[in-house]
Design a protein around this ligand. Structure first.
Ligand code: ADP
Ligand code: ZN
Length: 365
């Protein structure tokens, strides 16, 4: 079965906009679309070794059939590859293969491939078009929208990057079948976050269809991913450079990022966000802005999907507080949080007392 649905993202003023096309088992359709929209272009298919082994040659064959010239460039899977060394290796391969300004870089993979590929596309020959085929759930709902591309620097994650929008994004939910279980739930945490800040109906639908989610039902995932992308797209369109409304997306991330850094990025991002949402909900409850029933409902669904809600015992709570003080939302070291005032009711710029943060952290062990 091949289904195809579209979401359009346009930034005002209309400098650039792109479609996110969703479908199920539609690699052939994707190749046909690219041929129609970008005739006479050469394609560099960038993919990590895991994804490349499963999908890259299938995609290349679909391009070959349409007489579109493409090469596959693969790199070792993992965050370590978001480096200037890997970036240079990939650029060298592109140059050696005669790739020039008429090249399209197609990132086929998870967030690492999208971030790295997008950053290469932003600077290769002063910028070449970039197409994304996200293959992990996290990349489908998160990194494919917003145009943030980056590599890491030895001194920190995502320190070197740009805002660079793709020309097109294609999401094939059938690819999620091969995604490792940990990576699947890693992405689901961000979908739950999106529902909690903006869309009560989506959250209720997640609860109602939790078995379909665990079973990775193609039909339900198509709907779920489409809704999640639509919401994130709407938020990002209103605030491309992250000043106001986009802060909503930081829900769960103030505490989540601190845990991520303090555990040396050994816990997947979505898992840290899950712990972060739970702690931040305790803060909101203690401030009297979130009801206990809502707190419980969220806590239960996170645990249903085996998402962590407790802070690992090895982390010192004062260290978390120190990281919160230097979070980008803090002003003069006063912590500001994005909290929820109910399900689907995200609220930005909440100043929170440090004692209250420590209390909530203490209750999250
Ligand atoms: P992110 O979680 O940001 O998407 P990665 O790009 O590192 O991070 O992807 C997570 C892991 O999942 C990587 O090891 C990658 O190779 C693997 N992966 C991504 N998509 C798929 C897929 N559809 N099938 C199998 N493995 C995949
Ligand atoms: Zn996130």
């Amino acid at each position: 079965m091949s289904r195809k649905q579209k979401i359009s993202i346009t930034f005002p003023p209309v400098k650039y906009g792109y479609d996110i096309t969703l479908g199920n088992g539609f690699l052939e359709v994707i190749a046909g679309d690219i041929k129609r929209n970008f005739p006479n272009k050469k394609l560099a298919i960038l993919s990590d070794n895991n994804v490349s082994a499963i999908y890259a040659s299938k995609l290349k064959s679909a391009f070959d059939e349409r007489e579109l010239h493409s090469i596959i460039i693969s790199f070792p899977a993992g965050e370590k590859s978001k480096s200037s060394a890997t970036k240079e290796l990939i650029e060298s391969k592109m140059i050696k293969n005669g790739f020039d300004r008429s090249t399209i870089l197609l990132a086929l993979g998870g967030g690492v491939t999208g971030d790295l590929g997008g950053y290469i596309a932003a600077t290769f020959m002063r910028g070449i078009p970039f197409i994304q085929i996200p293959t992990s759930l996290l990349a489908m709902v998160d990194s494919s929208i917003g145009g943030k591309v980056a590599i890491n620097h030895p001194m920190g994650k995502n320190l070197i990057g740009a805002f660079y929008q793709p020309r097109a994004v294609y999401i094939d939910v059938s690819m999620l079948k091969t995604l490792p279980v940990r990576e699947y739930y890693n992405g689901l945490a961000e979908i739950i976050k999106t529902a909690l800040i903006e869309d009560k109906r989506l959250f209720e639908s997640i609860i109602k269809n939790k078995i379909l989610i665990s079973d990775r039902s193609d039909r339900f995932l198509l709907k779920l991913i489409m809704e999640s992308c639509r919401i994130k797209g709407r938020i990002v369109m209103e605030d491309e450079k992250e000043s106001g409304k986009r802060k909503l997306l930081n829900y769960g991330h103030t505490i989540g990022h601190a845990i991520e850094i303090l555990t040396g990025f050994s816990i997947p991002h979505g898992f840290c966000v899950s712990i972060g949402m739970n702690v931040e909900n305790i803060i909101a409850y203690k401030m009297g802005i979130l009801g206990f029933d809502d707190y419980l409902k969220i806590n239960e669904i996170l645990r249903y999907f085996n998402l962590p809600v407790k802070i690992p015992s090895k982390i010192n709570l004062n260290e978390i507080l120190k990281k919160v003080r230097i979070d980008k939302k803090s002003i003069n070291s006063v912590p500001f949080f994005t909290l929820i005032r109910g399900i689907g009711l995200g609220s930005i710029d909440n100043a929170v007392e440090e004692d209250l943060i420590l209390e909530a952290l203490g209750e999250s062990r």
